[in-house]
Design a protein around this ligand. Sequence first.
Ligand SMILES: Cc1cc2nc3c(=O)[nH]c(=O)nc-3n(C[C@H](O)[C@H](O)[C@H](O)COP(=O)(O)OP(=O)(O)OC[C@H]3O[C@@H](n4cnc5c(N)ncnc54)[C@H](O)[C@@H]3O)c2cc1C
Length: 383
Amino acid sequence: MRESLGAVPADAEVVVVGGGVVGLSVAFHLAEAGVRRVVVVERDLVGRGSSAKPVGGVRATFSDPGNILLGQRSLEAFERFGPGIGLRQVGYLFLCRSEEEVAEVERSTRLQRRLGGSGRMVSAAEAVGLNPYLNGDALLAASFSPRDGHAEPALVVATYRAMAEELGVVVCEGTEVVGIDLAGADIEAVQTDRGTVRTQRVVCAAGAWSARIGDMAGVPLPVEPVRRQIGITPPEAKPPTVPFTLDLSTTLYFHNCGDGLLLGISNPEQEPGFGREYSAEWRPAFDKAAQVVAPSLVGRELASGWAGLYENTPDHNALIGVSRQVHGFAYATGFSGHGFLQAPAVGEVVRDLYLGREPFMDPSPFHADRFAAAAPVRERHII
Ligand SMILES: Cc1cc2nc3c(=O)[nH]c(=O)nc-3n(C[C@H](O)[C@H](O)[C@H](O)COP(=O)(O)OP(=O)(O)OC[C@H]3O[C@@H](n4cnc5c(N)ncnc54)[C@H](O)[C@@H]3O)c2cc1C
């Protein structure tokens, strides 16, 4: 790849570190607002990090008002992109199997509706009507939000990249950020393995690898990489179209992926680390959960599998803000498994913070300094 790489610019107005869906959305929104000499530095090819997930859920179904607003705003953007990003608004179905889950999901659904969301509670029978794979006897209720669904991250990455480059953004692939030069509290340059870029402003969008970039600038970004795995079943003739369905009790989830199904479950025992090797070790936990909620999925053959990294923060909410210690250092990271669905709105928010404008929502609860203050409130609707 190196031979075909263009030169790294010697200076930039701003360097965006990371060419995933978040970095490219940030770069596009900055350029669209008139910021010139935006340079994205990506050590691999763009979209090969966590944004390489084959299909990503898009939703505004959260318990935290900030996440709901970011999700809704992003849904509007995904709807504007339309079929070109593989958007399928099949809804999200959160399954409740205990009274506590019902109470919590009812509370979140009320909050989402107050903020303009599409969700409503449905009975077990309605849930089975929406998703014939489900065993209604295992369910007490569910929430269904028809505006949610899924889309293809690679297409969104390609779209943001094309729109950004059209506006003059320079994307440097195969280029690793290895240091950030500071003079006191000011940024002077970004060091890459292919040369120095003089700049006073940096946006860290390095996903699971963000803590290292924060360390280079002396800004603590508590992001921990955790491997997560999915499997995709072979194509079937005329598979039913189902919502993005997830079981709150076990984190089992599944939805259509082409003519197959994408299956997943989190592994609470997974140690943090950067390893992304795929293995079938998630399957027994999936099958155990499926035995109860969706028995016909037990033991399903898989056509392929994929492992990627969640970029977890201590409260499973993103880090979005501008450092109060290092001038010009902004960050959009730590999405803890929901960065694809928030990327469009996050690009807007970072642009506004950068330009000193008021964003469409208050991003201050996402500031990285929150961990130094009172106990942060954990997002509940995560898997
Ligand atoms: C199994 C799985 C399922 C998921 N499901 C969903 C879902 O349904 N919906 C959803 O919204 N999200 C989902 N996510 C999470 C989502 O994929 C991520 O939150 C999102 O892709 C993060 O995008 P990003 O641009 O921040 O990070 P990335 O796409 O990881 O991009 C960061 C980039 O930074 C680059 N980089 C790192 N260090 C350096 C350096 N020193 N120099 C230069 N470049 C560097 C990396 O190479 C990488 O390309 C899932 C993740 C996994 C693993």
